[in-house]
Design a protein around this ligand. Structure first.
Ligand code: UD1
Ligand code: CA
Length: 454
């Protein structure tokens, strides 16, 4: 039996932010969401978040976790005081409680499982996660006897010079036998440098308390300021990119590439430098993405190339070529073997297979059939100042260079639109549409001042 409690009430003063610390995003998800996700293999009976500073924002941000219970800590008087708030909620509970700091977002589920298993097998009163850090500054130091039995935890600011030499630190992740901890909590004192009630002092009154070292110390990095947030992002990126490279994806100059953790990349895709893949994005096998590309919440089919372009909330199907310098946004669907070229913007637009939009074009709120050829400089005038209107273009139609299609408008299949046309009316299938002033030529004409007098 295990319940989980996450300490998330602190303001995070060192972040210098109005946003509660646990809501700061790390690679697209909040610190608190990441802590919750590290619990996947544990399946706790109950999961409680102790909230305080900005509690209403924290609650509102966590609607994806309907089983999360919130416990309010009105004044933040320390981590021990935070856990005291659980007493009425866990009255009579006989199991173990896994307590995590809400600002430790890189924990692996396996690590938490190991902590819990050790705790339960050894029958400890408490088991705490520790790490040997090259630079332990800022962390509580954990003192153990030769058998990993904890004797004391001393906060960095309360350490004397000798104690500061200890590089074994408290990760802020603990497993407690709740009946034992609940007896100790009311006796905690605040006689320390911060005048706070420290959860770490509870170990002085429990027996036995065991420390378990984490193998990869980067997992337990706590986020207290923006520098640590940036470092954690680096660790996260390294993990994600390593995973994809091991799965058969080529990353060229990986340090310049960022990949969010929900992104899926199929084997034999090549990701070029300065490329950023974000949100729920999927990249198909054989794709070549980048250099200089950002793709967000989009699905890219197999063998697509995307060069120096931005794609968001869109779908691009197999073998299509995008870019350089194209922008697809707001629900674009591009079929197979299409060509989207330089300086083309597509918004809320569907293109059938083998349609080409090669240069200098804006298509908004449009539906194009297959094998359409959109001439350079074609514009859908989709906005009348009040509303957006649709443009429909049938299969195999060709729009001439610099055509303006004033929506709402439907152009049939196999239509040719003359260059420079401004079309305001529908055009039926199999026709030529010209909507421009006819050219007139006056042979022998010269400007007045150049005319001869003879
Ligand atoms: C804490 C530990 C320290 C450990 C470090 C690991 C204590 C006393 N110290 O220090 O030994 O090395 O974490 O990262 O526990 N919080 C509340 N209510 C409060 C105070 C804090 O909910 O009244 C929450 C914070 O929101 C945060 C977590 O507890 O998520 C830790 O608090 P923080 O102030 O960051 O503790 P550290 O000084 O980092
Ligand atoms: Ca901290």
């Amino acid at each position: 039996m295990v319940a989980v409690a996450i300490l998330a009430a602190g303001k995070g003063t060192r972040m210098k932010s109005n946003l509660p610390k646990v809501l700061h995003p790390l690679g697209g998800r909040s610190l608190l969401a990441r802590v919750l996700e590290s619990l996947t293999s544990i399946q706790p009976e109950r999961c409680l978040a102790i909230v305080g500073y900005g509690a209403e924002y924290v609650r509102a941000a966590m609607t994806d976790y309907p089983n999360l219970e919130f416990v309010e800590q009105i004044q933040q008087l320390g981590t021990g005081h935070a856990v005291q708030q659980l007493l009425p909620y866990l009255q009579g509970y006989e199991g173990d409680v896994l307590i995590l700091n809400g600002d430790v977002p890189l924990l692996r589920p396996e690590t938490l499982q190991l902590l819990l298993d050790t705790h339960q097998k050894q029958g400890n009163a408490a088991t705490i996660l520790t790490a040997q850090l090259p630079n332990p500054k800022g962390y509580g130091r954990v003192f153990c006897d030769g058998n990993n039995i904890v004797t004391q935890i001393v906060e960095d600011r309360d350490c004397n010079t000798a104690q500061k030499q200890n590089r074994r630190i408290n990760a802020g992740v603990y497993c407690f036998r709740w009946p034992d901890l609940s007896k100790v909590l009311p006796t905690l004192q605040s006689n320390n440098d911060q005048q706070e009630y420290y959860l770490t002092d509870a170990v002085n009154f429990l027996q036995p308390v065991m420390a378990v070292d984490v193998e990869d110390y980067q997992e337990i990095s706590g986020i207290n300021d923006r520098l640590q947030l940036a470092d954690a992002y680096g660790v996260l990126q390294q993990r994600i990119k390593e995973r994809w490279m091991r799965a058969g994806v080529t990353l060229i100059d990986p340090d310049t590439i960022t990949v969010d953790d929900q992104v899926v990349i199929e084997p034999d895709a090549i990701i070029e430098p300065q490329t950023h893949l974000r949100g729920a994005t999927r990249i198909g096998t054989g794709c070549r993405i980048g250099p200089g590309t950002m793709i967000e919440n989009s699905v890219i089919g197999p063998n697509v190339t995307v060069l120096y372009s931005v794609i968001s909330d869109s779908v691009v199907q197999a073998e299509t070529r995008v870019g350089p310098y194209a922008h697809l946004r707001g629900h674009v669907e591009v079929g197979e073997r299409c060509r989207i070229g330089n300086f083309v913007e597509l918004k809320n637009t569907t293109l059938g297979d083998r349609t080409k939009v090669a240069h200098l074009t804006y298509l908004g709120d449009a539906t194009l059939g297959t094998q359409v050829n959109v001439g350079a400089g074609t514009i859908t005038a989709n906005y009348d100042g009040y509303q957006k209107h649709r443009t429909v273009i049938g299969d195999r139609t060709k729009t001439g260079s610099n055509s303006v299609l004033v929506a709402p408008i439907t152009i049939g299949a196999n239509v040719t639109i003359a260059a420079g046309s401004v079309l305001t009316q529908d055009v039926g299938d199999d026709s030529l549409a010209i909507a421009r002033a006819p050219q007139s030529v006056k042979p022998g004409w010269r400007p007045k001042h150049l005319r001869e007098t003879t």
